[in-house]
Ligand binder design. Structure first.
Ligand code: DHB
Length: 308
């Protein structure tokens, strides 16, 4: 079997979209919701009001993955909250929110708390693409402050989407903050923030916003994703589940994230490239990888990475 459970919800498949990819409109969300092999979906990170996002070319594929600076285009919390409430009996769903300020996040969390939504909330602390707004997850004190104010009133299952960390001391520091709260999950990693890619034909940056700086995803992100999944799984309370995101192109990539501790696995760049058929391909390839190793249940090798 390939099921997982978070906060009392059972997921019939461990794969879902990564927030932001293929989840902005009802049409896209419906396709993820009904895609064979997808066990859940997460809605595009919402702000209180609709946003157009950054102007110009804002997503590009590159040899080792993708670069994007979308700038949080979304149809508003109300739009995604309505969608999630309408479909929450079909699969357990994640509602993603990414306020540009703490006040916006708390306002949205109050609205969700007071609504009929009964799924999971992913509080995005790691959007790298809004000019002038640093990634909250790199500020440990502010992260603690937001979680303190949130859990003072928020009683529904909540997790956080984290930026990648690159130092063992930072794994220790973020885990120490997160372990002080009744989080249902962490999702790691968001894109590797503020990379830069050049088009060699024209000597120009590949994307327009922010002078070409944008978040990196895809194959290039895999080792960083594995390290963050593993590093956090080793440090977090057992009750905090891990959603692994970053660098999934094939079934072995899914397997590796589970081996490092992921309960669910989400797919961004490759979903953008292939569309929702990707989930069934990855599910079949994961089953093949498991069979090669003599496993028939993801629980048999989750967190079972061996070290030399
Ligand atoms: C956007 C990008 C992110 O990585 C994120 O977490 C939220 C929003 C964006 O540019 O739209």
């Amino acid at each position: 079997t390939m099921t997982a459970s978070i906060a009392g919800f059972t997921f019939e498949d461990i794969l879902l979209n990564a927030a932001g990819v293929y989840c902005q409109t009802t049409e896209e969300l419906d396709q993820i919701l009904t895609a064979p092999g997808a066990g859940s979906l997460v809605t595009k990170s919402a702000t209180p009001a609709e946003r157009a996002g950054n102007p110009g070319v804002r997503y590009a594929d590159m040899p080792l993955g993708s670069i994007n600076s979308m700038g949080l285009p979304n149809l508003s919390l109300d739009y995604y909250l309505d969608y999630a409430i309408a479909h929450q009996d079909e699969k357990p769903l994640f509602l993603s929110i990414a306020g540009l300020t703490k006040a916006d996040n708390l306002q949205m969390l109050h609205e969700i708390q007071d609504s009929d939504f009964n799924g999971l909330v992913e509080l995005n602390l790691s959007c790298p693409n809004v000019p002038g707004k640093p990634q909250t997850g790199y500020d440990f004190d502010t992260t603690r402050q937001i979680l303190e104010e949130t859990f003072a009133f928020f009683k529904k299952p909540l997790g956080v989407k984290l930026p990648p960390y690159f130092d063992i001391a930072h794994f220790d520091m973020i885990a120490a903050v997160l372990n002080d709260f009744p989080l249902a999950f962490v999702n790691t990693i968001n894109s590797i923030g503020n990379g830069l890619m050049v088009d060699p034909e024209t000597d120009t940056a590949m994307i327009a916003p922010k002078g070409g700086f944008g978040g990196l995803g895809g194959a290039i992100a895999k080792p960083t994703a594995l390290a963050n999944v593993r590093g956090l799984r080793q440090r977090l309370n057992a009750g905090i589940k891990v959603i692994g995101t970053g660098g999934v192109q094939n079934g072995r990539d899914v397997y590796d994230l589970v081996l490092c501790g992921a309960d669910l696995v989400s797919v961004g760049t490759t979903l953008h490239q292939e569309g929702p058929e990707v989930f069934n391909r990855l599910k079949a390839e994961l089953a093949e990888q498991m069979k090669l190793k003599g496993y028939d249940d993801v629980n048999q090798f989750r967190s079972a990475l061996q070290t030399l």
